[in-house]
Design a binder for this molecule. Structure first.
Ligand code: MN
Ligand code: MN
Length: 312
């Protein structure tokens, strides 16, 4: 851990400007190895709004995070220089593709400099411009936690809603469906075309019932088999977790993962070739106890630990 961060971690956690994880702020990619970025955008939701306030509340809740992971022994701040690069500055909010272009353009220099990022949404539509910003040389593997496959083609006249990011990413050659796993899928739909698209493309779709039958260790083994050692992106929609734990989200579905299972699953991805990760769909206005933000911030910390091990 560098001197700056030691100083910060020794401060009372309720003090100071609430950056992600209490990390120092930086704008120049030369100053960090892993960047933490906010994408306060929720213009592509299909149901409950509010995820635009996600980064602000995730920063606030992430003040509770400390350094050393009790389960893995990893201290990400000893392995990598970590910085909060701020939020995507939006001048376009009402035109989804224009807003997405601003997300892509803000993040692109960080990825071009070879940095890994932990991204805080925002609604899940933001993952498509994040993947565009990564601009991988070949399609990435995907580890995707969600109640929904987010491979629907179109909603209410748009192809860029939070129900479509992975379909667009596959079409654009950003994601390799045969190296992709979707975990925790559930909930009734009016059409099965998203589920069907995922399966037809060769994605490994693990519905919640199969999570139960395989067990957490079995799901981890299956995800690792699908992704292999290929460069992969990890995307975590907090609605993968049961709304008993994460009520503050746009499209809650009951019968989901519990938080202990979510932590186990993330830690099960240690050693994979992860390029970056996100936590999306935290909606503070529906998060009456602040619990969803705490869960989201803790998921970001676990993702940070995974990425930091890759910096070693
Ligand atoms: Mn989603
Ligand atoms: Mn979802």
């Amino acid at each position: 851990m560098d001197a700056t961060n030691t100083l910060v971690m020794n401060q009372p956690r309720f003090c100071g400007v609430p950056t992600f994880m209490r990390a120092p702020q930086a704008a120049d990619p030369a100053d960090f190895d892993i960047g933490l970025a906010g994408v306060p955008y929720d213009g592509a939701l299909t149901f409950r709004p509010g995820a635009r306030f996600g980064p602000r509340e995730l920063r606030n809740a992430s003040c509770l995070m400390r350094a050393i992971n009790h389960a893995t022994g990893v201290d990400p701040y000893r392995l990598a220089r970590v910085a909060d690069v701020g939020d995507v500055p939006f001048s376009q909010l009402f035109d989804v593709p224009a807003a997405h272009a601003q997300i892509r353009d803000f993040l692109r220099p960080f990825f071009a400099a070879g940095k890994k990022m932990v991204i805080a949404g925002g609604d899940h539509s933001i993952t498509y411009p994040v993947l565009q910003a990564i601009a991988p040389a070949e399609p990435l593997g995907l580890i995707h936690f969600d109640a929904h496959t987010d491979t629907w083609d179109e909603f209410a006249g748009s192809k860029f809603s939070h129900g479509s990011p992975f379909r667009r990413a596959i079409e654009a050659g950003l994601i390799d469906p045969r190296r992709s796993v979707q975990i925790g899928i559930r909930g009734a739909q009016n059409t099965d075309e998203g589920w069907r698209y995922s399966l037809e493309q060769g994605m490994r779709v693990i519905f919640i019932e199969e999570v139960v039958s395989l067990g957490i260790a079995g799901v981890i083994a299956e995800a690792r088999r699908v992704v292999g050692d290929h460069p992969a992106y990890l995307s975590f929609d907090v609605d993968a977790i049961d709304p008993a734990f994460t009520p503050g989200t746009g499209t809650p579905e009951i019968g989901g993962l519990d938080t202990r299972e979510a932590l186990q699953l993330l830690r099960g991805m240690r050693g994979l070739n992860l390029v970056s990760a996100d936590v999306v769909e935290v909606s503070p206005p529906y998060d009456t106890a602040g619990n969803t933000s705490l869960v989201g911030a803790t998921l970001m910390y676990e993702e940070l630990c995974l990425l930091a091990e890759g910096c070693r």
